[in-house]
Design a protein around this ligand. Sequence first.
Ligand code: PEP
Ligand code: MG
Length: 753
Amino acid sequence: MLSLLRRLVQEVNAASSLAAALEIIVERVQAAIAVDVCSIYLRDDGHQVLMATRGLKPESVGEVRLDLDQGLIGLVCERAEPLNLEEASSHPRYQYFPETGEEAFHSFLGVPIIRHSEVVGVLTAQRTTSERFDEDSVSFLVTVASQLAAAIAHAEVTGGINDLLGKRTGKDLPLIGLAGSSGVAMGTAIVQYPQADLDAIPDRQVDDPKAEINALNQAVAEVRRDIQDILVRLEEQKLPMEDRALFEVYLMMLDSGGMIDKVIEYIRAGSWASGALKRAVEEHVKVFESMEDPYLSERASDVRDLGIRILSYLQSAPAKKSYYPRHTILVGEEISATMLAEVPASRLAGVISVRGSSNSHVAILARSMGIPAVMGVADLPVHRIDSQRVIVDGYQGKVFIRPSAAVRAEYKRLIQEASALSAELDTLIDEPALTPDGVRIPLYANTGLLADIAPSLKCGAEGVGLYRTEFPFIIRDRFPGEEEQFRIYRQVMLAFPGKPVVVRTLDIGGDKALSYFPIQEENPFLGWRGIRITLDHPEIFLVQMRAILRASEGIDNLNILLPMITNVAEVEAAKELLVRAVEELREEGRAVDMPRLGVMIEVPAAVYQAEALAKRVDFLSVGTNDLTQYLLAVDRNNSSVAHLFDGLHPAVLQALMQVIKAAHKHRKPVSVCGEMAGDPAAALVLLGMGVDSLSMNAASLPRVKWVIRNFTQAKAKELLGEVLTMLAAEEIRQRLNDALDAAGLGGLLRPGR
Ligand code: PEP
Ligand code: MG
């Protein structure tokens, strides 16, 4: 059964159209469980429509349409469970369709096809005999249906059902991925495939290893030249050195001491260059992938990308230069940072990738270039969308393929309104974030890459509320040294003279791993993360502290923030190390001051200990991304449970209230620096709670300023009182959105205005 099923799913996935896929299913299922009829009904516009059949009259396909509560099919939909009948016609819900010729069949088995808890169709089997289907047949049909839901949803999104019915219903179902880089773009999908197929390389023995090694070296040199060209292009586009460093990593991978040495070893052992390359790449990829860490698996894709590039030169077929139309939306199974960098910046409008996450180099690069990107779109039918019109909604992680005129018009409006709104918001840049009743809420920017500095300054940030220091660590192949770190931190601090800069100490682990510091854990988010690692490695922590302190010399705007604090002892230990670093530097003759010290509240334990923590530090900063994840037990990176992740959940609001109260009791300020701070509806409740400052990505800042300048704190408090009586995040969001709408700020709720 299993091999049959596997083959069936493979065939369905490889089918050229939905019609072909459905034909394959009914034919194979009919044969597999020896039934007289196998049919598929799919939901379309409030009906279940017969889409394919073996056994019923072919002319009834597309003609038999049942209301969702009609007939036995309707009953399967309603109950969302299998219906197994000995004699269909004697069931009270039986409905006869003469065009099908089904009077000849007695027994009936219907199983729902369910996707994301919704019944999208029904798979049926019928026999001329009068007996219930045995358990094996029911199980087989249920398994087939469960495997088919994704493939069917695929086809539905790409217009398969509509095409099948010869019409467009105007229904646009977006494909859901992960928001990789915010913004909205509309354009033409240009599908990129890797140029050479490593998997297709056979093993072959040679007796002239020297010639093979020469060929390899030549190919590596060509790839090196290509990457250097890309680096020059990125330099011309004025991308900061830090971001270009992604490609420096590629160059380093080509250096001796790594994968290339392995290739040479295999050539010396008798393999031809391509085969040796394939083997070395596979091994490296496996090592990275086995680490089961999102960041490290991204490195696996870098290795694969490099391997393919070398292979195309070995095969004397250098990367072909594609044609890129205006508003190119780069699409692929695995868009690499190099593929992105190859498109002229003036033509690149967006990125969609089946694999990858917001950790991927390509997402980091897209953010830094201001290009919307949606990653991890698992349902993307890559081979069917080249040259199609697509919409990328990088705010919500949505992709629309062949959007209807209505959706296009809507997004066009959103894009226009977004630029009109940002022009309007630009006028607020130099205005203070001051409520009409005179409450000042400083708005700070979150930064990580040096590329974030310019947008932060442009959007009127009053400082940096969260500088995530891990990025310079992530994009290197070893820990950056004190000098190296000093130079990066210094640039950040110099960019904001007289304004606070909150530098968070290294927060790795969880979903942020370093390729050169692998951590293998069953539950990384509950494992060795943030302060736990740096306290265990004072040599890393002290180097970073020294670099940060030195960078602040003479600027005096430094605040240090400790991530993932779960107990008081961690704060005390970190404080000791900080004092040690300050003393060391003073002994070396440097004029460094003891900076203000804060802790992140991002674990439930820290919420309950907020008072004890507040007593020991100068400020608290709430990381709502992790706090929401840990309070609600929802993995922040898991798209299957993304709908459950909401900072407006009543439990998160209660936690925030508790933290603010505890800090204020000890006269310590509280900031919120998670994504929630940049959410206009959430900013409203945070204002009501009396938060002292907010820190967010630069793109959200003008929008939040608009909220602050339009709502009195008194009104925000009133709204907070109201929403605290509510039990569901959706209800709370609706109430807050209504308030924003009523105040004429509806434009903040959607990607556009
Ligand atoms: C947070 O957890 O809310 C936060 C700001 O930190 P990060 O997103 O870097 O984990
Ligand atoms: Mg965090």
